[in-house]
Ligand binder design. Structure first.
Ligand code: PRX
Length: 637
């Protein structure tokens, strides 16, 4: 193995759930050879079932069913089953609001809160099969709302609070949701993010929504529309503390989470109940080596898949104590996270390379002011982690004691698919290392031929896994085309990767028109569609530009209608416009005005050239299919 390899310490190995490489290999081989038995045994041992399944899975490509015939409930698994154990009085959630307010919620209390809110939903007539949008800040009522929906079989779709009214509207409409659960607002960098205002704006075009349930967080004034808007705390008056979890099919939809694809229209990734819950639970043990005494903190937002799987469903099903923080890492100062690690004695910290880079930039004095000795394991997700960020995370945050689990997965995969088991697999900075048991990952060319060691190709998964996407909401054809038609018989991830001589996976980034900005997926076409809606814009082409902090930044090339524009003002106007259409996080870092865009003779914008221009400031690739070559010279000048 190469020099830059970090084997686990003897101490870590001796206490780990999976100790040593041989133990990992044995698990992996068992799952590969006898997947039915492997998963069936785990499902039996790790989850509660009302009724046992008849067989572990049924695969009719590209559609899969897991734990066929079994009935269960995600909310029951995350709550009720712990109440008969000593975990009853264990903290499920340690929450801190940005202003400094705190809540500590035991499993028993969380069960009560979820039951009460489920009773509210029930009283309003919601039932299994209905769909609810959740648009909330990072407060305990967010997981409460999710688990209350799951309890009744209402499919939820959480919309990240950073999305605009327009983006919210598109999701409500695509899902035909009948309920919206929201809050007056939340706190971010000392300012109120006014969520209810965005809901009001979105709902002008969503006549199908019957109820808007509003949780009071900031206490600011919000207009309440008679007959539609209801206060959470008022609805809860007089409801019972008990609400039985509904017995649901293992394949009952749990949630749809929208993510960016290669078109302008986001896609609703559908996850179901039994398989999703099993694999998120297992990876809590395999990857985070979770022990009952751990304080675990996934510092992500619940609005993204990381928060669904590793703040809500995975940790609660596994019986973890999970820290949730509402606000920004720099409020009131850049040691907010470190002060929380010290205060709550956090053992496991999971975050994104972008966050690590932002913290690194502020200097070592911030973490060094605090006692971080409680940390025993660090995690990274969302994008490749660069050597400088890895080294800082390892040395300054982890004091060179803590393994770093670099976890590769996607909204579609539901749970972590490639990552080290920290008590078994030696680390190599920048590599997500080896696949989880049951995950048959490979690297191939577009003809499906396996790549040699060291050769770059497409990352694919050869077999269905329990927490896999089931379909794209309302569009099974797109599901099939997008994931199962590129490489016959295999799931196409859209990522490029290579495998080294030790079989380690190195994920290099997207091969499609999807950008990764701060670990968030954003489609170039989504931003382009937003830009061309502006009256001044004739055409727009968007590419990801390498960025030291955010991994990639949005760079837009824009042609305008007519002349005489005030370019300076228009640039910031267009940025805000994209913020309004999608959300602030999608605002282009750079807008370049141009007379024309480089196109093929058939009229397709050549993003490849634009990418080259923003990356290398010149064009060396093949330009023979260009409509107007002078365009390139002008753009790169
Ligand atoms: O390109 C890969 C990158 O993020 C994409 C998935 O994005 P999303 O669905 O938003 O989910 C992010 C959180 C799971 C992947 O296709 N990605 C994710 N994790 C890693 C990564 N790239 C490299 N290394 C990772 N650990």
């Amino acid at each position: 193995m190469s020099q830059d390899t970090y084997p686990p310490s003897a101490d870590f190995v001796s206490k780990a759930h999976v100790s040593g490489m041989e133990a990992y290999q044995a698990l992996y081989e068992r799952a590969e050879k006898t997947p039915e038995d492997f998963w069936a045994e785990l499902a039996e041992k790790e989850l509660f079932w009302f009724r046992k399944w008849t067989h572990a899975f049924e695969w009719h490509p590209p559609f899969v069913k897991w734990f066929v015939g079994g009935t269960t409930n995600a909310s029951y698994n995350c709550l009720d089953r712990h109440l008969a154990t000593p975990r009853k009085d264990k903290l499920a959630i340690i929450w801190e609001g940005e202003p400094g307010d705190q809540r500590a919620i035991t499993y028993q209390e969380l069960h009560r809160l979820v039951c009460r809110f489920a009773n509210v939903l029930k009283a309003r007539g919601y039932k299994a099969g209905d769909r609810a949008i959740i648009y909330m800040p990072m407060i305990p009522e967010l997981p409460v709302a999710m688990l209350a929906c799951a309890r009744l079989g209402i499919m939820h779709s959480v919309v990240f609070g950073g999305f605009s009214a327009e983006a919210l509207k598109a999701r409500i409409q695509d899902l035909d949701a009948t309920a919206v659960i929201t809050a007056d607002g939340g706190w971010r960098r000392g300012k109120e993010v006014r969520l209810k205002d965005a809901v009001d704006e979105a709902l002008v075009d969503c006549p199908g929504v019957r109820d808007v349930i509003v949780c009071r967080r900031t206490g600011s004034d919000v207009p309440m529309q008679e007959g539609r808007d209801l206060w959470w705390h008022e609805l809860e008056q007089g409801v019972s503390d008990d609400c039985p979890a509904v017995e649901l099919d293992a394949e009952h939809p749990l949630y749809a989470l929208y993510t960016s694809g290669t078109t302008g229209r986001p896609k609703g990734i559908l996850h179901t109940t039994g398989g999703y819950l099993l694999q998120t639970t297992m990876t809590m043990k395999w990857v985070f080596d979770l022990k009952d005494e751990d304080i675990y903190w996934c510092a992500a937002d619940i609005g993204w898949v990381t928060g669904h799987s590793y703040i809500v469903y995975g940790p609660l099903s596994a019986g973890a104590t999970s820290v949730i923080y509402e606000g920004a890492p720099d409020t009131p100062a850049w040691d907010r996270w470190w002060s929380m690690v010290e205060k709550y004695k956090v053992n496991i910290l999971y975050t994104s390379p972008t966050a690590i880079r932002a913290l690194l930039r502020q200097g070592d004095e911030w973490p060094n002011k605090h006692d971080l000795s409680s940390l025993r394991l660090l995690g990274s997700v969302g994008e490749p982690i660069n050597p400088a960020a890895w080294e800082w995370y390892h040395r300054v945050v982890g004091k060179s004691r803590c393994p770093i689990v670099d976890t590769w997965w996607q909204t579609e995969t539901g749970s972590i698919l490639i990552a080290p088991m920290p008590g078994a697999v030696p680390l190599k900075p920048g590599s997500a290392t080896l696949p989880m048991p049951g995950v048959i990952a490979d690297i191939v060319d577009l003809d499906g031929k396996p790549a040699r060691a060291g050769q770059e190709g497409y990352l694919i998964i050869r077999r269905p896994w329990p927490s896999m996407i089931r379909t794209i909401w309302g569009d099974p054809k797109r599901y099939e085309d997008q994931y199962w038609s590129r490489v016959p018989g295999a799931y196409f991830t859209g990522d490029a990767a290579r495998r080294d001589e030790d079989g380690y996976f190195w994920v290099l980034g997207r091969v499609d028109d999807v950008m990764n900005v701060s670990g968030h997926r954003l489609s170039t076409m989504e931003v382009e569609s937003a830009l061309v809606k502006h009256p001044a814009v004739a055409e727009a082409a968007v590419v990801g530009k390498p960025d030291e902090l955010t991994g990639q930044a949005v760079c837009a090339f824009v042609t305008l209608k007519g002349g005489g524009w005030d370019y300076d003002n228009l640039g910031s106007e267009l940025r805000d416009w994209v913020g309004h259409e999608i959300g602030k996080f999608a605002r282009p870092a750079e807008i370049r005005f141009t007379d024309a865009l480089p196109k093929t003779r058939s009229g397709k914008i050549m993003r490849r050239l634009l990418r080259e221009i923003v990356t290398t400031h010149s064009v060396t690739g093949d330009v023979t299919t260009l409509e107007d070559f002078t365009v390139v010279t002008k753009l790169s000048g």
